[in-house]
Design a protein around this ligand. Sequence first.
Ligand code: ZN
Length: 381
Amino acid sequence: MTQFHHRKLPDYSTLLSGHTPPDEVGFPSSQLQIWYNNTGESWVGDGERPHKHLHSDECFIVLRGSLVVEVDGRRYTIGPREFCCFPAGQYHAVVNVHPPVETLMIRAPSVADKICQAKEEAELPMTSNYTTHLQQLFDIQQTIRDIHPSLGKLFPVAIFSDDQFFIYDLDPTGQEYIFVRQVETPMPVPPQVRAAFPLESYGERMVCVVTGDVFDELAGYVTIFHEFVHCQQFEGGEQHVKQSLDIARQAQVANDFMWELNHPFPYMAPDFIQAYQSVLEVQTQAEIMPARRQLQEILSANDYEYMVWQEWKEGLARFIENRIKVRLGLPENQGGKEQPFSRVTFYAGGANFIAALDKAEPALISDIERLFERMFQEHRS
Ligand SMILES: [Zn+2]
């Protein structure tokens, strides 16, 4: 019978537990397999062949560095203090290792049950996986396009995976999404990115950037249309509106590219909270006007510009997103309504404000520059 076992984790890769540990660090076990990787080099080279285990479940725990794993043609980055599990029977592969890396691979029961995927099955390009999903955007567009003019146009979609953008765009007929190219990501991208921006490596064209899991639910497709609204805003007057703002001009002079995210706003000021609460709640233009007047009085010129900018840019996208969700029978996005208030509060407040304006003057939301003017100085009219 084996003894109680207590060791420090070594500064090299080894088997911590298994049938025949190579040295005295490892615990001999016929049931528990734990492989410890601690290395400055990738151990998979260009990536493993996809394989599965017939009987054992497998788990990777990342302590430091990151791994990119592929499951069913989709790639996931597993970062520090994250873990992932592959159930028995599921094909998977570690396709990339970003060292220095420290990971634990645990597999149980510890039996030799590895099956490699057949080559022809394994070599289907991952790029073939998304065209069918993207094709569904055409069907959804048909049911929602009357909601707002910005839904009339579909934009390129870049799937972010393994530090790459896989760019899909409309074919020349405009009837079909096709894979066009793969480019390195120009900057660090958040793991579950949902965004729209002009992509330098794709001719500065506006691109919706998402990860492949966006297609897991219908709401994910709505997210893509939310980003398409931003693409349309960008092409249809956003720069013009931005240039009219002192806060944007000052940021440009200061080379501050993050002001839209980081502007210090007095979210905690009691008079702001009180005024903004009614922007979040009231239903009509007449009811909202006193609160708007009050906001302009209590906020500095920069803070007021910042608020209206967020309300217009994200509030419009949220307003359209929620109209789509109602049409498709999905719950509306209500994020940002609760205290403590934040930038996201303006997404909810902007959507509510726009809904009130839309009730009074339905043509207004189709002209997004005029919509901004009205949101900016609604209290004066
Ligand atoms: Zn948005």
